[in-house]
Design a protein around this ligand. Structure first.
Ligand code: ADP
Ligand code: MG
Length: 284
Protein backbone atom coordinates (compact mmCIF):
# COMPACT_ATOMS: atom_id res chain seq x y z
CA UNK A 1 0.00 0.00 0.00
CA UNK A 2 2.93 2.31 0.63
CA UNK A 3 3.82 2.16 -3.04
CA UNK A 4 0.18 2.79 -3.97
CA UNK A 5 0.32 5.97 -1.94
CA UNK A 6 3.47 7.02 -3.75
CA UNK A 7 1.59 6.65 -7.05
CA UNK A 8 -1.07 9.00 -5.66
CA UNK A 9 -3.29 6.12 -4.49
CA UNK A 10 -4.19 5.35 -8.08
CA UNK A 11 -4.85 1.85 -9.47
CA UNK A 12 -3.30 2.92 -12.78
CA UNK A 13 -1.14 5.93 -13.51
CA UNK A 14 0.18 6.23 -17.07
CA UNK A 15 2.23 9.18 -18.26
CA UNK A 16 3.46 9.54 -21.82
CA UNK A 17 3.36 5.80 -22.55
CA UNK A 18 4.59 5.22 -26.08
CA UNK A 19 4.99 2.03 -28.05
CA UNK A 20 6.38 1.15 -31.46
CA UNK A 21 6.17 -2.41 -32.77
CA UNK A 22 8.20 -1.43 -35.81
CA UNK A 23 10.70 1.34 -36.26
CA UNK A 24 9.21 4.52 -37.69
CA UNK A 25 5.65 3.83 -36.61
CA UNK A 26 4.11 4.80 -33.28
CA UNK A 27 1.32 2.51 -32.11
CA UNK A 28 0.90 4.25 -28.74
CA UNK A 29 1.62 7.95 -28.98
CA UNK A 30 1.90 9.16 -25.40
CA UNK A 31 -0.94 7.76 -23.33
CA UNK A 32 -1.82 9.55 -20.10
CA UNK A 33 -4.38 7.75 -17.96
CA UNK A 34 -5.37 7.77 -14.29
CA UNK A 35 -7.69 5.11 -12.90
CA UNK A 36 -8.92 5.33 -9.30
CA UNK A 37 -9.13 2.21 -7.12
CA UNK A 38 -12.51 0.52 -7.56
CA UNK A 39 -13.34 2.40 -10.73
CA UNK A 40 -14.84 0.59 -13.74
CA UNK A 41 -13.40 2.18 -16.85
CA UNK A 42 -14.58 1.17 -20.30
CA UNK A 43 -11.96 1.63 -23.02
CA UNK A 44 -13.42 1.97 -26.49
CA UNK A 45 -11.85 2.65 -29.87
CA UNK A 46 -11.78 1.22 -33.35
CA UNK A 47 -9.59 -1.76 -34.30
CA UNK A 48 -5.94 -0.80 -34.33
CA UNK A 49 -6.38 2.21 -32.01
CA UNK A 50 -3.97 0.72 -29.44
CA UNK A 51 -6.31 -0.75 -26.80
CA UNK A 52 -4.66 -4.16 -26.63
CA UNK A 53 -1.18 -2.63 -26.74
CA UNK A 54 -2.11 -0.50 -23.73
CA UNK A 55 -3.59 -3.54 -21.95
CA UNK A 56 -0.41 -5.54 -22.55
CA UNK A 57 1.62 -2.76 -20.96
CA UNK A 58 -0.54 -2.85 -17.83
CA UNK A 59 0.99 -6.13 -16.69
CA UNK A 60 4.28 -5.87 -18.51
CA UNK A 61 3.50 -8.33 -21.30
CA UNK A 62 5.17 -5.61 -23.35
CA UNK A 63 8.29 -3.83 -22.12
CA UNK A 64 7.84 -0.13 -21.49
CA UNK A 65 9.64 1.85 -24.19
CA UNK A 66 8.92 5.41 -23.06
CA UNK A 67 6.96 7.18 -20.36
CA UNK A 68 6.02 5.86 -16.93
CA UNK A 69 3.37 3.37 -15.86
CA UNK A 70 2.37 2.32 -12.36
CA UNK A 71 -0.27 -0.35 -11.79
CA UNK A 72 -1.47 -1.22 -8.28
CA UNK A 73 1.48 0.77 -6.99
CA UNK A 74 4.00 -1.29 -8.98
CA UNK A 75 6.29 0.23 -11.60
CA UNK A 76 5.74 -1.87 -14.74
CA UNK A 77 9.32 -1.12 -15.85
CA UNK A 78 10.80 -2.80 -12.75
CA UNK A 79 11.85 -6.32 -13.78
CA UNK A 80 12.09 -7.38 -10.13
CA UNK A 81 8.35 -6.77 -9.64
CA UNK A 82 6.97 -8.53 -12.74
CA UNK A 83 5.49 -11.48 -10.82
CA UNK A 84 3.89 -9.23 -8.24
CA UNK A 85 2.51 -7.14 -11.07
CA UNK A 86 1.07 -10.17 -12.92
CA UNK A 87 -0.70 -11.25 -9.72
CA UNK A 88 -1.97 -7.73 -8.98
CA UNK A 89 -3.19 -7.11 -12.53
CA UNK A 90 -5.02 -10.01 -14.18
CA UNK A 91 -6.23 -10.20 -17.76
CA UNK A 92 -9.10 -11.88 -19.52
CA UNK A 93 -8.63 -11.99 -23.28
CA UNK A 94 -10.92 -12.45 -26.25
CA UNK A 95 -10.61 -16.16 -26.97
CA UNK A 96 -11.89 -18.34 -24.12
CA UNK A 97 -10.09 -21.51 -25.21
CA UNK A 98 -6.63 -19.93 -25.52
CA UNK A 99 -6.63 -19.03 -21.83
CA UNK A 100 -7.03 -22.49 -20.34
CA UNK A 101 -3.92 -23.96 -18.76
CA UNK A 102 -5.73 -27.12 -17.62
CA UNK A 103 -8.83 -28.81 -19.01
CA UNK A 104 -9.99 -29.50 -15.42
CA UNK A 105 -11.75 -26.35 -14.23
CA UNK A 106 -10.57 -26.55 -10.60
CA UNK A 107 -6.96 -27.11 -11.69
CA UNK A 108 -7.13 -24.26 -14.15
CA UNK A 109 -8.38 -21.80 -11.53
CA UNK A 110 -5.97 -23.03 -8.81
CA UNK A 111 -2.96 -22.73 -11.16
CA UNK A 112 -2.43 -19.00 -10.52
CA UNK A 113 -2.48 -19.07 -6.72
CA UNK A 114 -0.22 -22.16 -6.72
CA UNK A 115 2.15 -20.41 -9.10
CA UNK A 116 2.22 -17.36 -6.83
CA UNK A 117 3.19 -19.48 -3.82
CA UNK A 118 -0.07 -20.58 -2.18
CA UNK A 119 -0.05 -24.07 -0.63
CA UNK A 120 -2.43 -26.74 -1.91
CA UNK A 121 -5.21 -25.98 0.59
CA UNK A 122 -5.03 -22.21 0.00
CA UNK A 123 -5.00 -22.65 -3.78
CA UNK A 124 -8.07 -24.91 -3.66
CA UNK A 125 -9.89 -22.53 -1.31
CA UNK A 126 -9.07 -19.56 -3.56
CA UNK A 127 -10.32 -21.50 -6.60
CA UNK A 128 -13.55 -22.51 -4.82
CA UNK A 129 -14.25 -18.93 -3.77
CA UNK A 130 -13.48 -17.49 -7.22
CA UNK A 131 -15.66 -20.08 -8.99
CA UNK A 132 -18.51 -19.20 -6.63
CA UNK A 133 -18.08 -15.51 -7.42
CA UNK A 134 -18.45 -16.08 -11.16
CA UNK A 135 -21.51 -18.30 -10.73
CA UNK A 136 -19.67 -21.61 -11.31
CA UNK A 137 -19.75 -23.08 -7.79
CA UNK A 138 -19.19 -26.84 -7.90
CA UNK A 139 -17.58 -26.82 -11.38
CA UNK A 140 -14.13 -27.90 -10.06
CA UNK A 141 -14.19 -31.39 -11.60
CA UNK A 142 -15.75 -30.35 -14.92
CA UNK A 143 -13.88 -30.57 -18.24
CA UNK A 144 -13.44 -26.97 -19.39
CA UNK A 145 -13.70 -27.99 -23.03
CA UNK A 146 -17.29 -29.14 -22.55
CA UNK A 147 -18.37 -25.71 -21.24
CA UNK A 148 -19.96 -22.93 -23.30
CA UNK A 149 -17.78 -20.01 -24.40
CA UNK A 150 -19.45 -17.83 -21.78
CA UNK A 151 -18.71 -20.36 -19.04
CA UNK A 152 -15.12 -20.65 -20.25
CA UNK A 153 -14.73 -16.87 -20.02
CA UNK A 154 -16.03 -17.03 -16.45
CA UNK A 155 -13.45 -19.76 -15.72
CA UNK A 156 -10.81 -17.39 -17.13
CA UNK A 157 -12.17 -14.61 -14.90
CA UNK A 158 -12.18 -16.95 -11.87
CA UNK A 159 -8.54 -17.86 -12.61
CA UNK A 160 -7.73 -14.14 -12.40
CA UNK A 161 -9.83 -13.57 -9.27
CA UNK A 162 -8.24 -16.52 -7.46
CA UNK A 163 -4.98 -14.52 -7.47
CA UNK A 164 -6.70 -11.67 -5.58
CA UNK A 165 -5.94 -8.98 -8.14
CA UNK A 166 -6.19 -5.24 -7.52
CA UNK A 167 -6.88 -4.57 -11.19
CA UNK A 168 -8.76 -6.77 -13.68
CA UNK A 169 -8.42 -6.04 -17.40
CA UNK A 170 -10.94 -7.53 -19.82
CA UNK A 171 -9.83 -7.19 -23.44
CA UNK A 172 -12.85 -7.73 -25.69
CA UNK A 173 -13.74 -10.63 -23.41
CA UNK A 174 -17.34 -10.75 -24.66
CA UNK A 175 -16.66 -10.49 -28.38
CA UNK A 176 -16.53 -14.24 -29.04
CA UNK A 177 -19.39 -15.31 -26.79
CA UNK A 178 -23.18 -15.21 -27.21
CA UNK A 179 -25.47 -12.61 -25.56
CA UNK A 180 -26.31 -14.93 -22.67
CA UNK A 181 -22.60 -15.54 -22.04
CA UNK A 182 -22.00 -11.79 -22.19
CA UNK A 183 -24.73 -11.09 -19.63
CA UNK A 184 -23.40 -13.80 -17.31
CA UNK A 185 -19.87 -12.41 -17.56
CA UNK A 186 -21.17 -8.89 -16.92
CA UNK A 187 -23.03 -10.08 -13.82
CA UNK A 188 -19.91 -11.87 -12.60
CA UNK A 189 -17.90 -8.66 -12.99
CA UNK A 190 -20.55 -6.69 -11.09
CA UNK A 191 -20.56 -9.32 -8.32
CA UNK A 192 -16.81 -9.37 -7.74
CA UNK A 193 -16.58 -5.57 -7.87
CA UNK A 194 -19.13 -5.43 -5.04
CA UNK A 195 -17.36 -8.17 -3.12
CA UNK A 196 -13.73 -7.13 -3.61
CA UNK A 197 -13.78 -3.48 -4.67
CA UNK A 198 -11.30 -4.30 -7.45
CA UNK A 199 -10.60 -1.90 -10.30
CA UNK A 200 -11.86 -2.99 -13.72
CA UNK A 201 -10.60 -1.88 -17.12
CA UNK A 202 -13.01 -3.20 -19.67
CA UNK A 203 -11.94 -2.90 -23.30
CA UNK A 204 -15.05 -3.35 -25.39
CA UNK A 205 -16.90 -2.62 -28.62
CA UNK A 206 -20.19 -3.03 -26.77
CA UNK A 207 -21.59 0.48 -26.31
CA UNK A 208 -24.33 -0.72 -23.93
CA UNK A 209 -21.59 -2.07 -21.70
CA UNK A 210 -19.58 1.15 -21.99
CA UNK A 211 -22.71 3.13 -21.08
CA UNK A 212 -22.80 1.35 -17.69
CA UNK A 213 -19.17 2.08 -16.79
CA UNK A 214 -18.12 4.75 -14.29
CA UNK A 215 -16.03 6.33 -17.01
CA UNK A 216 -15.39 5.90 -20.72
CA UNK A 217 -11.95 6.34 -22.27
CA UNK A 218 -11.86 6.74 -26.05
CA UNK A 219 -8.68 5.58 -27.81
CA UNK A 220 -7.94 6.92 -31.27
CA UNK A 221 -4.75 6.34 -33.28
CA UNK A 222 -2.68 5.40 -30.23
CA UNK A 223 -3.87 8.26 -28.04
CA UNK A 224 -6.57 8.91 -25.45
CA UNK A 225 -8.98 11.08 -27.44
CA UNK A 226 -11.46 11.58 -24.61
CA UNK A 227 -12.22 10.49 -21.07
CA UNK A 228 -15.35 11.20 -19.09
CA UNK A 229 -18.73 10.07 -17.82
CA UNK A 230 -20.70 7.88 -20.27
CA UNK A 231 -23.46 10.53 -20.32
CA UNK A 232 -20.95 13.08 -21.65
CA UNK A 233 -18.70 10.98 -23.91
CA UNK A 234 -21.21 8.61 -25.52
CA UNK A 235 -23.54 11.40 -26.67
CA UNK A 236 -20.73 13.20 -28.53
CA UNK A 237 -21.36 11.76 -31.98
CA UNK A 238 -18.74 13.96 -33.66
CA UNK A 239 -16.04 12.69 -31.29
CA UNK A 240 -17.18 9.07 -31.66
CA UNK A 241 -17.25 9.38 -35.43
CA UNK A 242 -13.69 10.78 -35.46
CA UNK A 243 -12.69 7.74 -33.39
CA UNK A 244 -14.39 5.39 -35.87
CA UNK A 245 -17.20 4.53 -33.45
CA UNK A 246 -20.97 4.72 -33.35
CA UNK A 247 -23.02 6.10 -30.45
CA UNK A 248 -25.09 3.65 -28.38
CA UNK A 249 -28.48 2.69 -29.81
CA UNK A 250 -30.29 4.79 -27.16
CA UNK A 251 -28.41 7.93 -28.29
CA UNK A 252 -29.07 7.30 -31.99
CA UNK A 253 -32.75 6.59 -31.29
CA UNK A 254 -33.09 9.77 -29.21
CA UNK A 255 -31.44 11.91 -31.89
CA UNK A 256 -33.75 10.43 -34.55
CA UNK A 257 -36.77 11.21 -32.35
CA UNK A 258 -35.48 14.78 -31.93
CA UNK A 259 -35.04 15.13 -35.69
CA UNK A 260 -38.56 13.78 -36.28
CA UNK A 261 -39.96 16.30 -33.79
CA UNK A 262 -41.27 13.52 -31.52
CA UNK A 263 -39.23 14.76 -28.57
CA UNK A 264 -37.92 18.27 -27.87
CA UNK A 265 -34.19 18.77 -28.55
CA UNK A 266 -32.54 17.82 -25.29
CA UNK A 267 -30.45 20.01 -23.06
CA UNK A 268 -26.80 18.92 -22.71
CA UNK A 269 -26.66 15.87 -20.44
CA UNK A 270 -30.32 14.96 -21.03
CA UNK A 271 -29.76 12.50 -23.88
CA UNK A 272 -30.12 8.91 -22.61
CA UNK A 273 -27.23 6.48 -23.19
CA UNK A 274 -28.76 3.18 -22.06
CA UNK A 275 -31.94 1.38 -23.10
CA UNK A 276 -33.43 1.89 -19.63
CA UNK A 277 -32.49 5.57 -19.78
CA UNK A 278 -34.26 5.86 -23.14
CA UNK A 279 -37.42 4.22 -21.77
CA UNK A 280 -37.34 6.54 -18.74
CA UNK A 281 -36.87 9.60 -20.95
CA UNK A 282 -39.78 8.58 -23.17
CA UNK A 283 -42.17 7.47 -20.44
CA UNK A 284 -41.16 9.77 -17.58
N1 ADP B 1 2.43 -7.89 -32.52
C1 ADP B 1 2.35 -6.82 -33.31
N2 ADP B 1 3.31 -6.55 -34.24
C2 ADP B 1 3.22 -5.45 -35.02
N3 ADP B 1 2.21 -4.54 -34.97
C3 ADP B 1 1.24 -4.76 -34.08
C4 ADP B 1 1.25 -5.91 -33.20
N4 ADP B 1 0.15 -5.86 -32.41
C5 ADP B 1 -0.52 -4.74 -32.79
N5 ADP B 1 0.12 -4.10 -33.77
C6 ADP B 1 -0.28 -2.82 -34.39
O1 ADP B 1 -0.40 -1.84 -33.38
C7 ADP B 1 -1.55 -1.02 -33.59
C8 ADP B 1 -2.45 -1.10 -32.37
O2 ADP B 1 -2.94 -2.42 -32.28
P1 ADP B 1 -3.79 -2.94 -31.06
O3 ADP B 1 -3.18 -2.46 -29.80
O4 ADP B 1 -3.96 -4.40 -31.22
O5 ADP B 1 -5.18 -2.18 -31.28
P2 ADP B 1 -6.64 -2.55 -30.80
O6 ADP B 1 -6.55 -3.50 -29.65
O7 ADP B 1 -7.24 -1.23 -30.43
O8 ADP B 1 -7.34 -3.16 -31.99
C9 ADP B 1 -2.18 -1.52 -34.87
O9 ADP B 1 -1.72 -0.72 -35.92
C10 ADP B 1 -1.68 -2.92 -35.01
O10 ADP B 1 -1.61 -3.33 -36.35
MG1 MG C 1 -7.42 -5.39 -29.37
Amino acid sequence: MVEGEIAGGLAVRARGVRHSYVRGREDLRGVDLDVAPGELVAVIGENGSGKTTLARHLNALLALQAGSLTVAGLDTADPARVWELRRACGMVFQNPENQLVSSVVGEDVAFGPRNFGADEGQARAAARRALGEVGLAGFERRDAHTLSGGQQQRVALAAVLACEPDVVVLDEATSMIDPRGRDELTRAVEAFRCERGATVIWITHDMELAARADRVVVMCAGEVAASGAPADVLVDEALLSRAGLEAPLAVRTWRALEDAGVVAPSAPGACPVTTEGLVRALCG
